[in-house]
Design a protein around this ligand. Structure first.
Ligand code: KDG
Ligand code: MG
Length: 412
């Protein structure tokens, strides 16, 4: 199992994806997701210029050794570009090992700890009727847990609302909340935290009144609040029994969570933009969070995220792996295998990929009655259709950013 070839494939069926395909001398292939939303080509350069040349001729069986070599030999460790590139290698090598063993990756990780993965979908609406319709659509599709994002009176465009995209006239298919937009400049959105804090508790009250107390409801604060604002929101949402409040404060200031935690029992989830266990170390040990949001693609792969989740398990902290549409079907498959195997699985984010994406990536996962399963094909269970991928060249795209009413740039 010597690595003969490693190709970096960029394709944009509905959105941009970066995929690493490793081929061994005995003809096995493995796929890894290296998609970093809005900065895709930086990872392509890191892979093609610095990682692929190091892989050729090395032993594909040595997953841990290869990971440690790529992480430590760079000297400049961590960071989203580096870790997305290393993640793709790690995933591809697990895929190859599974194929060599004739087993799905979850078997190599210890076997299934459950029959399927509870997944949550994204409901959103600018106004309540539209939000209720979106929740209903998700329930009809079988979702058993739902993230609720809402418009805020006075703000034209904010994160997480599906319908606002059409008005902004961006070309191409738009997923339910996919925030990245094609074009040479990022789109500006607007923000007012006080207006948001006044509005959101009433929305959750209305959703609970309409849909009852049982359905797990989630909400994403998307890093926008100060610690005291986040504490206030957590407290005001307590009567509506959220499954979690996500990214309530910007992720860099981890101490902020101590303050939030001391004021509210609303469960907290964080970490979709974290890239190593070091980002989680203190907040796990101090039990400042309830769910680890790291994505396999952005945390350096299956190997390091499994270690992080095993560490979290010591503190009864569970997984809530990031699963937006910018995590490719390969990254999603890796999350499903890992989620099925670990003991402390919590919930899996799931946004459905578009049809073109599903034609480029042939997948074997199942989605039934609100539960995901990665399937039983050897490896990760995803194959890249390179003819289809070739039809969709890279298109420049950026995530939006926020400005306050007075023009100040704010966390998005
Ligand atoms: O690329 C950015 C998105 O992945 C992010 O905005 C989605 O916050 C997100 C979520 O919870 O899915
Ligand atoms: Mg989020």
């Amino acid at each position: 199992m010597i690595i003969d070839k490693a190709d970096v494939v960029v394709t944009s069926p509905d959105r941009n994806f970066v995929t690493l395909k490793i081929t061994t001398d005995d003809g096995l292939t493995g796929l890894g997701d290296a998609t970093l939303n809005g900065r895709e080509l930086a990872v392509v350069a890191y892979l093609t210029e610095h990682v692929v040349p190091l892989l050729i001729g090395s032993d594909a069986a040595k997953i841990e050794d290869t990971w440690q070599f790529l992480y430590r030999s760079a000297y400049w460790r961590r960071g989203p570009v580096t870790m997305a590139a290393i993640a793709a290698v790690d995933m591809a090598l697990w895929d190859i090992k599974g194929k060599a063993a004739g087993m799905p990756v979850y078997q190599l990780l210890g076997g299934a700890s459950r029959t399927g993965l509870l997944a949550y979908g994204h409901a959103s609406g600018k106004e309540l009727p539209e939000l209720f319709d979106s929740v209903r659509e998700h329930l009809e599709k079988g979702y058993r847990a739902i993230r609720v994002q809402t418009g805020v009176p006075g703000l034209k465009a904010i994160y997480g609302i599906a319908s606002q995209g059409a008005e902004q006239g961006e070309p191409g298919v738009r997923y339910d909340h996919e925030p990245a937009r094609r074009g040479a400049q990022p789109v500006q959105e607007d923000w007012d935290t006080r207006a948001y804090l006044r509005h959101v508790p009433g929305v959750f009250e209305a959703v609970r009144n309409e849909f009852g107390p049982e359905i797990p409801l989630l909400h994403d604060g998307h890093h926008r609040m100060t610690p005291i604002q986040a504490a206030k929101l957590g407290k005001s949402l307590e009567p509506y029994d959220l499954f979690w409040l996500e990214d309530c404060t910007p992720a860099e200031n981890q101490e902020a969570l101590r303050l939030v935690r001391s004021h509210t029992t609303t469960p907290l989830a964080i970490g979709e933009i974290f890239n190593t266990v070091w980002d989680f170390k203190d907040i796990i040990r101090e039990q400042l969070i309830d769910y680890v949001r790291g994505a396999v693609t952005h945390m350096g792969g299956i190997s390091p995220l499994k270690k992080t989740l095993d560490y979290a398990a010591m503190y009864q902290i569970k997984s809530g792996m990031h699963g937006p549409t910018d995590v490719s079907p390969v990254g999603m498959a890796a999350a499903m295998h890992l989620g099925l195997a670990i003991h402390n699985f919590g919930i899996q984010e799931y946004m459905e990929h578009g049809q073109r994406t599903n034609e480029v990536f042939e997948q074997s996962f199942s989605w039934q009655n609100g539960m995901l399963h990665p399937g039983d094909k050897p490896g990760l269970g995803v194959e890249l259709n390179q003819d289809e991928a070739g039809k969709y060249p890279y298109e420049q795209a950026y995530l939006p950013y926020n400005r306050l009413a007075d023009g100040t740039v704010h966390d998005w």
